[in-house]
Design a protein around this ligand. Structure first.
Ligand code: TXA
Ligand code: MG
Length: 324
């Protein structure tokens, strides 16, 4: 994991671009975001255009202080403040009833908006200096691997107005997304903040149905490298030569015979797996010696659930749609 980056001298330049309706890639603690003024529908439209993202997939709005939150949501709910107190700034997105100042394009026409306060000084500074909340999806082309460095953004989105370089992001996978129900909370996307973490504050709601329309963007295929990608198991692993294969390794037990191996942790720490996963995918994707990528599966508990979610989505296209 990287050390906290130095304050960027480029924040003012980036803030001026945001104020003028431009689009800036910014670091957060999870992955890089592609940000624009969340209250300016034309600026937000450019995010969709640059990312080639379908308009049915809503964006997360990033804030830097709680005053901001109060103007963006309606139906004050004390639980929101409890959660914010505990997890913000941090990798938790709450889907909340939105106020009218948020343009429909941000939420794909939904009456709710996903909001989070990122735990990254550059992002917080940028939001404050821009004087507006910043709508930002992950700064990758739609369906591709999320970026954890400025270089990953440059590779996929060369036309972005400005990239604020804050070094490698330290969490490495996207925020946990939750919504609140009458009974408790539900998870719309798994992340580093787990169900158990949130259960210490309120019950997990197993009952209330989540209808598809209120939770778009839950695609089966995502984060897909442009090379064949598979979860390493006995059924997928080639028995013979693996010299053109790259392995994203965790335990060290599968490494034999692979052309290249990226070991993400020396101490079996799942946080390190999450932090390095997308970077390893990018690295093999760019490596001319590698033509197929494997990733070691992990147990599906705690953070392991979020990691396996990303691996399955990355594998989906190659396994079921492309059938390798
Ligand atoms: O860590 C993160 O969350 C990163 C950084 C940049 O903050 N952002 C991110 O954004 O991952 P994105 O656009 O790649 O994923 C956001 C997902 C959408 O695909 C959608 O599933 C969900 O958030 N979402 C956003 N607003 C929603 C809403 N109102 N209701 C339900 N889901 C929503
Ligand atoms: Mg994304």
């Amino acid at each position: 994991m990287n050390e906290k980056p130095m304050r960027s001298p480029n924040i003012q330049i980036a803030a001026d671009i945001i104020k003028a309706g431009g689009v800036v890639a910014m670091p957060t603690e999870t992955v890089y975001g592609l940000g624009a003024n969340a209250l300016n529908p034309i600026a937000v439209a450019r995010i969709f255009e640059l990312k080639q993202r379908p308009s049915f997939d809503p964006l997360i709005v990033h804030i830097a202080d709680m005053d901001n939150l109060n103007s963006l949501m309606v139906n004050l709910d004390e639980r929101v403040y409890m959660l914010a107190e505990r997890f913000w700034p941090g990798p938790l997105t709450m889907v909340l009833p939105k106020s009218d100042i948020i343009p429909d394009i941000v939420t794909s026409g939904l009456s709710t908006v996903g909001i989070r306060m990122p735990a990254n000084d550059i992002a917080l500074d940028l939001i404050l200096s821009s004087g507006c909340p910043i709508a930002a999806p992950s700064a990758n082309r739609f369906g591709h691997i999320s970026p954890t460095t400025a270089e990953h953004v440059r590779k996929q989105l060369p036309d972005v107005d400005f990239i604020l370089d804050g070094g490698s992001t330290n969490i490495g996978i996207e925020s946990t997304i939750i919504r609140l129900t009458d009974i408790g909370f539900q998870i719309l996307r798994k992340g580093i903040i787990t169900k158990e973490d949130i259960e210490s504050l309120m019950p997990y709601d197993l009952q209330t149905r989540i209808d598809k329309l209120s939770s778009p963007g839950q695609l089966k295929s995502h984060y897909s490298p442009r090379k064949p990608f598979l979860i390493a198991d006995t059924a997928t692993l080639p028995s013979k030569s693996k010299s053109n294969a790259g392995l994203i390794s965790f335990s060290g037990t599968l490494e034999e015979g692979f052309g290249k191996v990226i070991r993400l942790s020396q101490t079996s720490d799942l946080k390190e797996y999450a932090a390095g996963l997308f970077g390893a995918m990018h690295s093999f994707e760019d490596d001319p010696d590698i033509s197929i990528i494997f990733a070691e599966p992990v147990l599906e508990t705690g953070i392991g659930l979020a990691i396996m979610d990303r691996l399955r989505k990355a594998e989906f296209y190659w396994k079921y749609e492309h059938s390798i």
